[in-house]
Design a protein around this ligand. Structure first.
Ligand code: ADP
Ligand code: ASP
Ligand code: MG
Length: 391
């Protein structure tokens, strides 16, 4: 008998048919004698709809109220899943984060899990129940409902796995593994049988939304393997864990982030720390900073998400400010990035495609280029073709 911690994403529980299909599968594994804890997301598309509804009433809703609203999606899913399992003769019980005690700290809409009370989960498992927990949500020590940020149910699942001492967490989604690029965009994308924490953190952080990057960071911290797989075909998926291909210098993936804006500030005696400090205090995460000083004039620029442009603009106090919207970042990820000449090859591929590069950032395993948003699909396909398909 094993304890299985399984997360089901939005498409896996999008409608009644999907909920039933998952419930049948869970019933089969219960019959084999396993104990199962499920972490479930809101039905696919519901969180987007709730955000849209909130914004049609108030363009800038308070984080607290938005969290109360957004957490309802997951509450619907857990209740329906418990009913589906009961209907199949399987004992099941659902819990919201407040009922269970998934305690969070930090801001509304991007809270972080501090601790999870597992006594109730353990007791109910021992009594023979499937325990179904709402993903994406938490509760502050003072009792306010919080959410963890978009895609956060993956993080709920890994955190619960860690709290229960699980060695592995299964994350069920609508693709059967982590591919070398988003398979919905790059036709030739190939499925990885395994990928290291490090590479997956980089992929997720660069826009591969197949996993919430914080979930992979947590998995690495607690030594938990993530098995990312499909609830549509239940096949063996991709295992995310310790590096297995030490020193193998290959490019493992291409990822992209859209809706970026470049903000530039020009002036005399501009301070890099004051300018960047002001933008980051406005709430924006800052990427790809450049700093030029010529003939007494300073130019500072950085990349932020478009949704933070207004708050960043009101935070900048000195200098002439300009911005360019509709940018994207395309990233090439893997130890192969270290190989001599990879950056030059990346620039060459983009230049042959006629894609202008607005900025670059490089790390040990990541080369990222800022490009026009309209070129982002073409860039991913071209880089994938030349750097991965020809390997
Ligand atoms: P869930 O609702 O199950 O959490 P998501 O929509 O968050 O699912 O993530 C799954 C999606 O991630 C896939 O449908 C796929 O389009 C996208 N994706 C992006 N990059 C990758 C990649 N490298 N490998 C697999 N899927 C990817
Ligand atoms: N329902 C939330 C979202 O759409 C959380 C998740 O799906 O992981 O972002
Ligand atoms: Mg997701």
């Amino acid at each position: 008998m094993a304890l299985l911690v399984e997360k089901y994403g939005g498409t896996s529980v999008k409608n009644v048919t999907r909920v039933m299909e998952v419930a049948y599968n869970v019933r089969d594994r219960i019959k084999e004698g396993h104990q199962i804890v499920m972490v479930v997301s809101a039905p696919g598309g519901m969180t987007d709809e709730l955000i849209e509804r909130a914004k049609s009433i108030n363009s800038n809703p308070r984080g607290r109220e938005l969290d109360v609203l957004l957490s309802t999606g997951e509450q619907i899913s857990i209740a329906l899943m418990a009913m589906a399992l009961e209907n199949l003769g399987v004992k099941a019980i659902s819990y919201t984060a407040s009922q269970l005690g998934i305690i969070t700290v930090g801001e509304h809409n991007s809270a972080r899990i501090k601790e999870i009370h597992t006594e109730m989960v353990k007791r109910k498992l021992d009594e023979g129940y499937v325990v179904i927990v709402a993903g994406f949500q938490g509760v502050t020590p003072g009792g306010a409902v919080t959410t963890l940020g978009r895609g956060g149910s993956d993080t709920s699942a890994v955190a619960l796995g860690a709290a229960l001492g699980a060695r592995e967490v299964d994350i069920y989604t609508d693709v059967d593994g982590v591919y070398s690029a988003d398979p919905r965009i790059v036709e030739g994308a190939v499925k990885h049988s395994d990928i290291s924490y490090e590479e997956m953190i980089e992929m997720a952080g660069s826009g591969a939304k197949v996993l919430h990057s914080r979930s992979v960071e947590l998995a690495a911290k607690y030594g938990i393997d993530i098995h990312l797989r499909s609830s549509f075909n239940w096949r063996e998926g991709t295992r995310i864990g310790e590096e297995k291909h030490m020193e193998k210098h290959v490019i493992r993936g291409i990822a992209a982030t859209e809706n970026l804006t470049k903000v530039s500030i020009e002036g005399r005696c501009l301070s890099l720390s004051d300018t960047i400090g002001a933008i980051s205090r406005s709430g924006a995460n800052i990427d790809v900073i450049t700093h030029n000083y010529q003939r007494g004039r300073t130019e500072i620029s950085c990349i932020i998400k478009e949704e933070y442009l207004d708050s960043a603009l009101s935070a900048i106090e000195t200098g002439e400010v300009s911005w360019r919207k509709e940018l994207a970042k395309v990233s090439v990820i893997g130890l192969g990035v270290k190989s001599k000449g990879t950056a030059a090859t990346v620039f060459d591929i983009l230049s042959r495609e006629g894609i202008e590069v607005e900025g670059v950032s490089c790390s040990e395993i990541n080369i990222s280029c800022i490009i026009p948003e309209e070129d982002v699909k073409r860039a991913q396909c071209a880089l994938h073709k030349e750097l991965i398909e020809t390997e």
